[in-house]
Design a protein around this ligand. Structure first.
Ligand code: F6P
Length: 308
């Protein structure tokens, strides 16, 4: 997100605009927490995780009264347009700001879940997958040495992206994600079959949208009699220095968002398809799912084929 902020600020200044930053997302907007931003405000932030503007989940902004307050703050501060970095929830709010309060705004998809429609990637998704991968590589040392089964729970809400990509990248023996049809009985059967071939350790990736690591490890322990440990990776997936892919994506999307706003666009987020940046109406990005479920299944099948 910091790479996106840097890009938006510097591109807007280059275009001769004045730039303000809103602290703590919609909550800060309602409270009028607005700061001046110049080129130096965004120095040396490209490699930092999180967001220098901070963020919050605002219940008040979900109400009409909250949105009305936010719209008033925007008008009182002479703000002509907003660039909103966030995911599904942020964009639904942004859509309301446009539709009900006539506030011009453009989004930049920033979420590890990669759950925004009509964009191949969201800012942060690559880095989150890499962070999980590094963690699982370390966990595997114990898994192999102590001949155990480990169930590792990853984030991603209802989107299989993080689970399926990390499963393939870390050589997981099994991956469970929202929409998976695999049962615990099948997993137990596979473990027993693989044991006959000399296999002694297993990494099972489970997406939070499927079930929790501890619940699943308990069930597998009951069925297999093996020692099974559950690990929830949690918020390490949302931090750390972003990969080059995410810095590049955030930088190009930030500049594109500024141009789109200057050209009079609103009510849409930036997205990327292939290598092409484009605008996607919020309603499509939030409520239509174009993600290729077949690709998830293909990646899953390949993960299974390779983990023999
Ligand atoms: O949307 C990003 C995300 O990290 C999800 O993957 C996860 O379900 C959620 O946010 C966790 O939110 P919080 O930090 O509010 O618990």
């Amino acid at each position: 997100m910091n790479a996106a902020i840097r890009s938006v600020v510097r591109k807007a200044l280059f275009e001769g605009l004045e730039v303000r930053g809103i602290m703590r997302g919609y909550a800060g907007l309602i409270d009028g927490k607005i700061i001046e931003m110049d080129s130096r405000s965004v120095s040396n932030i490209l490699g930092r995780g999180g967001t220098i503007l901070k963020t919050a989940r605002s219940k008040e902004f979900m109400t009409r009264e909250g949105q009305e307050k936010a719209a008033k703050v925007i008008r009182d501060n002479g703000i002509d347009g907003l660039i909103i970095i966030g995911g599904n929830g942020s964009f639904q709010g942004a859509h309301e700001l446009h539709k009900s309060w006539n506030i011009n705004n453009i989004g930049i998809p920033g979420t590890i879940d990669n759950d925004v429609g009509y964009t191949d990637y969201t800012v942060g998704a690559h880095t989150a997958v890499h962070t999980v991968l590094e963690a699982v590589d370390k966990i595997r040392d114990t898994v192999t040495s102590m001949e155990r089964i480990y169930v590792v729970e990853v984030m991603g809400r209802e989107e299989p992206y993080i689970a399926v990509r990390t499963g393939l990248a870390c050589g997981a023996e099994e991956v469970l994600y929202p929409g998976s049809k695999v049962t615990v009985d099948e997993i137990a059967g596979e473990v027993k079959e693989a044991e006959k071939k000399g296999k002694r350790s297993w990494i099972i990736i489970v997406s939070e949208g499927y079930c929790g690591a501890h619940e699943l490890s308990e069930k597998i322990r009951e069925k297999t009699g093996h020692e099974v440990r559950g690990i929830t990776l949690g918020h390490i997936q949302r931090g750390g220095s972003p990969l080059a892919t995410d810095r590049v994506l955030a930088s190009v999307m930030g500049a594109f968002a500024v141009t789109a706003l200057i050209e009079g666009n609103s009510d849409a987020t930036v997205g990327i398809k292939g290598y092409k940046l484009q605008l996607i109406p919020y309603e499509k990005a939030c409520f239509e799912r174009d993600k290729d479920r077949k690709l998830d299944e293909e990646y899953y099948s390949l993960t299974k084929l390779l983990a023999t």
